[in-house]
Structures are given as structure tokens and as C-alpha cells.
Design a protein around this ligand. Sequence first.
Ligand code: CEZ
Length: 811
Amino acid sequence: MAKFIENGQRYQLDDPCIAPNSAGYLWNRKMMVHMNCRGFAVSQYMDPEPRKYAHVPNLAAQSFMQPEQPYFSHHPGRFFYLRDNQSGEMFSAPYEPMKVALDKFAFEPGLADIRWHLEKLGVALDISLSLSEEDVVEIWQVKLSNLTKQPRDLSLIPYFPVGYASWMNMGGHFDAALNAIVCSSVTPYQVVADYFKNQHFKDITFLAADRQPDFYEVSQSEFEGEGGLHNPSALQAGRNLANGEAHYELPAAIMQFHYPLAANQSQTLRLLFGPAKDKAEISALTQRYLYQHAGDQQAYQAYIAQGQGCLNVETPDQQFNHFVNHWLPRQIFYHGDSNRLTTDPQTRNYLQDAMGMVYLNPSATKAAIITALQQQKFSGAMPDGILLTADAELKYINKVPHTDHPVWLSIVVNAYLQETADYAFLQLPLGWVDKDVQSSVFEHVSKAMLFLSDANDERGLPYIAQGDWCDPMNMVGYQGKGVSGWLAEAISYALQLWAPICEQQQQSELATKLRLHAEQLNKRINHYFWDGAWYGRGITDNGRLFGINSDSEGKIFLNAQSWALLCGAASQQQKQLILHAIDEQLDTPYGVMMSAPAFTTMHDDIGRVSQKWPGSAENGSVYNHAAAFYAASLYASDEADRAFDVLRKMIPSNHQDDLKRRGQLPVYLPNYYRGAYYQYPRTAGRSSHLFNTGTGAWFYQQTIEKMFGLKGCEQGLGICPQLPSRWHQVSIVRHFRGAFFHINYSRSKALSDNTIKVQQTWPNAAQGAHLVLKQTERGVVVSGFMQAEHYYLTVQLAAGGVTDTAPTVAA
Ligand code: CEZ
């Protein structure tokens, strides 16, 4: 059985073969490790650019985490061979490379560590991996227990392959003084200038132990011999490791520890694995984490605990509760605090990640907005990436012009204001990247909105250049003419979000102007993109409207429909047609696909999205970020049940079939599940395992503000829930502007449709007296609350549910 344990703070998978690639991840601001249940690992750290310290056999792309990263024999991992020296029997932990069936297997990713409990040959292995709060190092602990009543003679052999680090220089040896295997390399380069640039690189990978090994080996091929990783020659026939070195050979850190264990006796080994610049750094790290390790685990736990969200829910859906209470805010914190481990995050990612942080730590959101706005051009344009360090450069995808970046400014600033009511922030003066003047945050964002309004062709439609939200849609407008239907909708939406903020700032003229532009855009959207039953996605350089019924592939794109709902371009009748088309063409048991049918061949007026494998990533997968936009559009158009269904399908279930199909545990949202449901049914639903995604911020926002209907406003906390109609009783705690709201939701037949009734239930006058409940046309607004106080409310909903747009209120 696979299930959540420890009140949802840890997951347990009891079979390494159901979902072989399932994994957990740990990170700090400088590194991350994606640890698979069978022992394979993908890890990287900042140096200051992203780098790897354990490599696949070919030179791996250093900066990217790959979707559906394949694992294979000789893929980096952290493995342990266990040999019974009396019988010669052997197995490997956690499962690879020997793949011997274990008597017991439990893979248990937790919030701040990853654990395994394994049993075989009358021996138990309790393995755990954790990180430090701030250093780049993996902290491993292995407890070896003799479960039998006989004394045992065991060898434990950690095998941590380092892999092909460099064609110039690589090798490794055991350093007795450090009690560590030290593998060195020279990062390959050819330009002299790079010699000077690379001086600071941590070109060493080390494995240190808190106990002297009895034997060691550093040459991977010597270890394997003819037996291979499944049965390494070096360990056959009772042999011990030969204390060999690696001399321009693939290095692996392999140590052999001899453990004579009495009946029921246990012994614990601690190991450190990671990169280092030099021996002094290894020595400092081992001192700190191997020998004075007392506080470190707590420090890392405290770090992870900073990622607690603002919502604790108890609904009839346990899986949902655990995910939303623990794992979703954790993933948002990972994004917001580590910036996905890059020095030049894409602007839209940076801003949406910051949006997620507003529910964890609004000051982080504020800081990110400031960083982004200081890199804005005086024209209002936003760069393709935000530079986070002095030496950072725009790289890879950020060298390709995308036209959507300013859109996300009004979305994130609006979210920040809703959560905090910190309107004073709008007056903060900030510089521009290309002009020596200071303008307020309000002026910065307003300029961005005006910039978006102006970047139009003769039809009044926004150019797409080499991409919008969809990075690989790079050839729709590369000749400078193509336009984006989605972007027209997104701009309309962004302007409509900004207009009320302009009013709040007494800038009603600007508000009117933006609203008028949005209105005109909506008209144009209907004129140019509506295709009879749904909206087209864009118009190419050659004037071809695509994403329409007459296309044989790429007929319908989800984003063009969702944002038409969000921006209000779609009428009620159009909405019904759109929903019908989505149900018919895009919905699957694993979520809603981003487009269909997936492209099977290159369309050179659309771009490299059509070259991606059909059903993967932007080419027709269940791309969760897009699905989250769709959920938002459903909440915005009073479709609470549909919206919940879209969000819920993103969370893998515990059932064997679902685990097998998705291959993923419910401890993070992946950026996609394979789509092309009708084209490639066998692989549909398979997870990308890529936990870098903008999905989390939107999922959390929609859950807090729409599903539970607890959205901040200038006066206080607005209450206007859109719970799934199948929930009759729900209780939650929402942390908001320093106060704690304990809210019980229930259904009442006595209430007429679209009605809610909010009451304060705490009889303590001292606490309750100052709370003000006010009816508004959008629900009830609660104000007058105080920091650190607890308030108790009941919310009754009409049995038929409520809508977001105009509930009448019985307070
Ligand atoms: O990257 C994401 C981007 O980080 O793709 C999204 C985009 O909105 C995000 O900003 C949709 O295109 O082929 C590519 O270049 C892709 O763009 C990928 O790199 C994609 C990955 O799925 C990473 O999450």
C-alpha cells in the first residue's frame, strides 16, 4: 500500500517496482537533489551558475533539469551494497543496482528528509538523506541492524558514482587525513579567459565518512570488473575492495565497512557527499556535519518549516488535505526561495513564483517585485529574464524574445495588494534599467500596462515575436507580423486587474483608459479569433489563424479558451460552446490537455513546440500550469465543481493503477502529465517528474481565494466560497494579515441559492467584539481583526452552492 503517513508529512511507498521513477526532492538556496525511490539521483548546485557534481556517462547538460529524466545503469545514484560475509549473499539498497527483491521496502520522502526502511537477509537498513540549511552537501545516515538472534559478519559498501566529469582531467583517491574519497576534475574549457573565470569552481566531488573504511576503491571499472554493477567483481567470492585509485578513469566513491554485529545489535554510519573547491573545504564540511552534527538537522527542518502555508484544511478528501496543507506550500517555497536554482529566472516564472510566496511570506514577494521592476525599461517593457547576481547573464531561453512578460506584473502586484493591503508599496520609488530617474511602483506597473496596450499591429492585436507564455511557440511571429490570441486575452485580463488599482490610487482617467482598451481588445478577440465553437490561438506571420477546427492537428488550445473566460471576452453562450469543446477534445482522466490533437510533424509557421514528442510538454500534454489557468477561469465563471475537478486531477492518488500510470507520488505537482490521450493512450498520464512549474502558485491561490473563498481586499478579508458541491462540512484555518481565522463551512437547506451566512461563534467578547462583518455584493467582508488573535466563524452555504459573481448575503 502506498499512503501518506505521519499526518501527511511523509509519504510511504512499499514497492520499488510500481512507480520505479517516483521520487522526492530536497533543496536549500544553493542546491537540490531529486532522489528516486530506487537510488538514482539528479542533483545540482549553484557555483554561481548551476552545476552538477555527479555526472551521467556523457557530459550532462549542467543547467537543466530534464523532463522525464531517464535513469539507467551507470546513472548517478547513491547506492549501498550489503554483503553477508559468512554466506557471501549480497543485495543492494535502496534497490538498484542489483535489483534483488527485498523482504521489506519502504521509501519515505518527508518534508525535510528522505528515508528508506529495507529488510533482507535478516538485516535491516534504515537510510536517510538530509541537507544542510546553507551548504552544498548531502548528509547520509545508514543504520544497520542485525534482526536475527545470531551474531553476523556484514560488509556495508556505499557506492556513490561520480561519473564523467571532464575529458581534460579526472581521477580520484582516498585521503586518509580527511577520511574521504576525493575525486578531482578540471571543468573542460578551451578559451584562456575561462581559465581565470573558472578559478572558483568546486571541481572536487568527495565522499567522507565518520568511520575509517576497511577498504576502498575509486575506479569504477575496477569495482565492476566483468561482473558488472549487478554483481561487481570486486565483491565476488568474499573479496574485499583493493584500495585502488582512478587515474583518468571514471571515478566512483566506494568504501567498504566491516560490521561484526551481535544478535539484535545496530550500528550507524554517517556520510557526506558533495562538491568542494579544495581539501580545506572538505575538512570544514566534515567537521561541521559529521562530527558536530547535533543542531544541523534541526536547522534544516527549521528552514523547510519556513515554507508553511497560510491555510490548513480539513475536507472530506484526505489526500487533498495532506497535499494542500504540507506539500503544495513546500513546493511554492522551493520555487520562491531558490528561484529554481538559476541566476536568470524567466521573468514570468520569477513573477508567478513570487505570487505563490505572497501566501507564505509577503515580504519575499515584495522584494521580488522590486528586483524585477528595477530591471524594467523606461518604455514599460520587461526583460526576458531577471538577473539575480552581479555576474548573471541572460542565457538560453532568455535570449529569445517573448512578448508576454509585462502581463505578469499586474497579476503579481494585485495578488500582493490583496493579501497585504500594503498600498503604500505603490508609492515606493524605483529606478529603471535604462534611465536615470525614479518612478513609483505604481508608475512602473502602469507603464507596463500602457506598453502592452501599445505593442499592437494594424489590427490592434499584440505581436507574439518568438513566443508568449508558450516558450517553444517560436515561429508564429518570428518575421515580426504574427500575433497571439492568448496574449490579447492575457493583456485584457491584466489591464482589468490594474484598473481598480488605478482607481484606488485616484487615477480614474488611467483606469478608464485601460478598461476601454480591454473592452476594445475583447471585441477584437471575438472578431479575429472566434472560430464558431472556440477561440483560435494566434495568427501567423503569413496571416493564418491557427488552433481552429479546420486544422488537422493543434485544433484547439486550452489557454486561448481559459483566458477568454478570464478576460470576459466570452459570452455565456460562447462559454458553453468552449466548455463543450474542452470536454470533448481535451479532457482526460489525468487532467485537461493543453492542446489537441498533438502535433506529429513540424509546422514551421508555429515552431518547435510542434517538434516536441506528441503529448509531451507544450505539445498537447496535460500541462499543469495551463490546467491551473483553466481552473482559475472556471472559478471566475462560476464553475466550482469543474474547477475543483481540474485541480484535483493534478494530485496523484494512492491507488496502484494511478501510481503505475503516473509513476509519481503525491508529494509535488509535476509540470506535466503526458497527454495525446487519443493518439498515444498507453503513455498518457505519465509524469514528467519535473517539479519546476508555475502551477503551484495558481493552485494555491485558487484554493485559498476561490475554493475556500478567503480573499483579501482593502477593507479586510472577503468571504465568498465556491466549495465543490459534494462537500457538506469543511473546517479550515486561514492565517491572514497576522490573524488566525478558524472557519467551519456547512450547507444549509434553509438558505436560498447563491446565499451565504457568516457568523462569529467565539463567545469571548474581548476577542470578538472588535470584529466587523459586513455584507457586500461579493460576499461578506471581515474587518477589525488584530494580529496574533484567533477568530472563529461559521459559514453556511446554500445547498446548491454559491457563485463568485453576485451572491446575496444573509449575514
Ligand atoms: O519551460 C517552461 C517555462 O519555464 O515552459 C512554459 C513557460 O511558460 C515557462 O515560463 C511554457 O512554455 O521548450 C521549452 O523551452 C520549454 O519552455 C521548457 O523549457 C519549459 C519546461 O517545461 C520547464 O518547466
